[in-house]
Write a protein that binds this ligand. Sequence first.
Ligand code: NDP
Length: 308
Amino acid sequence: MSEYKSDLLIIGSGPAGYTAGIYAARAGISSLLVSGAQKGGQLILSSEVENFPGFADPITGYDLMERIRQQAQKIGVHIIDDVITEVDFFDHPFVCNSEAGNCYTSRAIIIATGASVKWLGLPSEQKYIGHGVSSCATCDGFFFSGKEVAVVGGGNTAVEEALYLANFVEKVYLIHRRHSLNAEHIMQKRLFENRKIIIMWNNIIEEVLGNDDPLEVTGIKIRNIKTDRVQKLAVSGLFVAIGHHPNTELFRRYLRLDGGGYIATNGACGETDIKGVYAAGDVCNPYRQAIIAAGCGARSAMEAIKYL
Ligand code: NDP
């Protein structure tokens, strides 16, 4: 248990948090970055990143975040691997307490806590999480080599997961509740060209089917919302890729959220309603792009530096 005092506290270690740290360190601001439970944020679960400038060849999300962390450390960002569990924005300087029992006091704060996976909300889905139901193909896909799996969703994440899984599974069913995808054109093209991927348009998942002993998925029950036809698909895994929600729980008491549940800022990121508190990245906008989060981190740091 320790007491830390700094001018700036950055909460979160995704592209937004690390970039904010880099800008603050280069400006000579006394700052601390508390990483959160998932060091490197959501991107460490991404298989390949090919739209982050500076890399001619795709780089894994994990490697990209490791490089950014190393860059931050080299520049002098003080990173503490801890999880903030409580904040008090009523008094100034601000006080944050952590899982490790540490107390952080700072004059300014940048919230870069990112977003978390959305689940379908079916009881059968919850039952099999970790036993065939997953939200991360990069983490768990390998266990399904040679098997048939399903992915649910119609955005970039779902398409990316389906394409990744098709590298080593026998067949991928992409279950989508519409008749068109909202993924990038280039991703859709790759998807349509992949013979291992079968798209089940206009379908929703009604139930995840499986055994109790051992706890394992054996299939899914889907229903076509146009025809009402119900089918069972014999799959061993279900990957849920239906979006994310911003990690705002700690801050709701103090900060205004916008209509989408994101922390309201002056623009896509930066100043919140409380002077000295800034937000950056997926916690305050829906883009979920590493480069946008990094840009937000830089902007928030520049605003915080001016404030300090
Ligand atoms: P999106 O919000 O873009 O897509 C979510 C998808 O899930 C939609 O097709 C939605 O369908 C569907 N969906 C939502 N809720 C349900 C539900 N309860 N049951 C069934 N289907 C549901 O989320 P993503 O995670 O795909 O992407 C988020 C952001 O991240 C986007 O801006 C995306 O571009 C970005 N991203 C970029 C990547 C890249 O650049 N390589 C990789 C991954 C993400 P409906 O349309 O009917 O609501």
